[in-house]
Design a protein around this ligand. Structure first.
Ligand SMILES: [Zn+2]
Length: 222
């Protein structure tokens, strides 16, 4: 048996298609959102290659994501290690408050923007009431034995990025070891070159595997 988790970041319009694929195959997923960056209309985020990346409008967040687990990805996606203590606390607390208002449920998880964190950032996240965060490095053990930080706050480490060439090898290793497999990415990375077909093939493959079980992170908390 392997427990499988996935996180997708940044609240972009292409998450709509990704959420549909997950629903179609009964896959659980966790979305990491910046509530300070969503407005009354869809908004331009940034340019990636020859494509514009757009963020969802605030009013559609509930409908797109409510079937899934929600994590904060901070309020406005800064490098948290570069902020004053006051600005750091605001990014972490206000994002939690806004997401809980939008989704009308507790938000327990955090994903560090740019995968940048230090001990001050981790402590601010813990003190704000989060129970877990996505760790900043990839490693074989998704749940290290013993808490890496505090007993009431745990970091989960990704097994690999969604586009890792050895995705299935890593999956099979965890399956063999009755472990946990956790991949992450951004739905805008699926645009072009068979990305969407490949994503659906992978989700379907995991869902059809009788030895796999999709999980949310809060289900793994002690
Ligand atoms: Zn991000």
């Amino acid at each position: 048996m392997v427990r499988v988790l996935q996180t997708w970041d940044d609240g972009v319009v292409t998450d709509i298609g990704l959420a549909e694929v997950c629903r179609r195959h009964g896959a659980k997923a966790t979305f990491c959102l910046n509530p300070g960056l969503h407005h009354d209309d869809r908004s331009f985020g940034w340019r990636r290659g020859d494509r514009d990346i757009w963020r969802l409008r605030r009013g559609e967040l509930y409908e797109v994501y409510n079937d899934f687990e929600i994590c904060s990805h901070s309020l406005t996606h800064p490098d948290l290690t570069a902020l004053s203590p006051e600005a750091l606390a605001w990014e972490i607390r206000e994002s939690k408050r806004l997401l809980e208002e939008i989704f009308r449920r507790g938000v327990l998880g955090f994903a560090y923007p740019f995968n940048a964190a230090d001990d001050n950032v981790r402590e601010a996240v813990r003190v704000a009431g989060y129970r877990f965060a996505r760790g900043v490095r990839e490693q074989a053990e998704v749940i290290p034995s013993g808490s890496p930080w505090h007993d009431d706050f745990r970091e989960f480490y990704p097994s690999c990025h969604f586009l890792a060439p050895d995705f299935w090898e890593r999956y099979d290793r965890q399956r063999y070891e009755n472990g946990v497999f956790f991949f992450w990415g951004h739905s805008y990375e699926l645009d072009g070159k068979d990305g969407w077909r490949e994503f659906e093939d992978r989700v379907r493959g995991i869902s059809l595997d009788p030895q796999s079980r999709w999980s949310f992170f809060h289900e793994l908390l002690p």
